[in-house]
Design a protein around this ligand. Structure first.
Ligand code: CMP
Length: 140
């Protein structure tokens, strides 16, 4: 089990000024932030980051959404980070997200779902490396 995961506060939540509230909840829930950067993804960033979904019917809309405004990318530390953080953010579709989760409270739809969390340790490390160099991450 890895102790790092990767997250994005997506353009919907960022645009609605939820970033501070979400960061408070992340820290209050015992996660540590090892790195953070505000970015505005271009087409290359978004297509590269979501390459695994390129055959999905929602891919083009997803790219349009993720390039529509700024977002905050972060490296998060916690024991069993991937699973703990996914539980914390809730199901992909906010309609299915448990009470008290970030998506339940801040997401609009299955696409505009406020926040991303890596789905495996391997993907967490790939996603961290996609947006961060080691010298941008505390403790590395
Ligand atoms: P995320 O966890 O970042 O991973 C892939 C993203 O694609 C997901 O969050 C949503 O933003 C989006 N997504 C996943 N499933 C669907 C769907 N059925 N329709 C539209 N967008 C989706």
């Amino acid at each position: 089990m890895g102790n790092r995961t990767f997250t994005i506060i997506k353009p919907d939540a960022f645009g609605k000024k939820y970033t501070g509230k979400i960061i408070d909840r992340i820290l209050e829930s015992g996660f540590e932030i090892l790195g953070a950067r505000m970015i505005h993804m271009n087409q290359n960033d978004a297509r590269g980051f979501y390459a695994v979904h390129q055959e999905k019917p929602f891919f083009n809309d997803l790219i349009e959404f993720m390039t529509s405004g700024p977002c905050l990318v972060m490296v998060i530390a916690h024991e069993n980070a991937v699973e703990s953080f996914r539980k914390f953010i809730g199901s992909t579709n906010p309609a299915d997200a448990a009470e008290g989760t970030i998506r339940r409270d801040f997401a609009e739809s299955v696409q505009n779902n406020a926040i991303h969390g890596s789905d495996s340790d391997i993907n967490a490390e790939k996603e961290i490396a996609f947006f961060f160099t080691p010298n941008q991450i505390h403790g590395t």
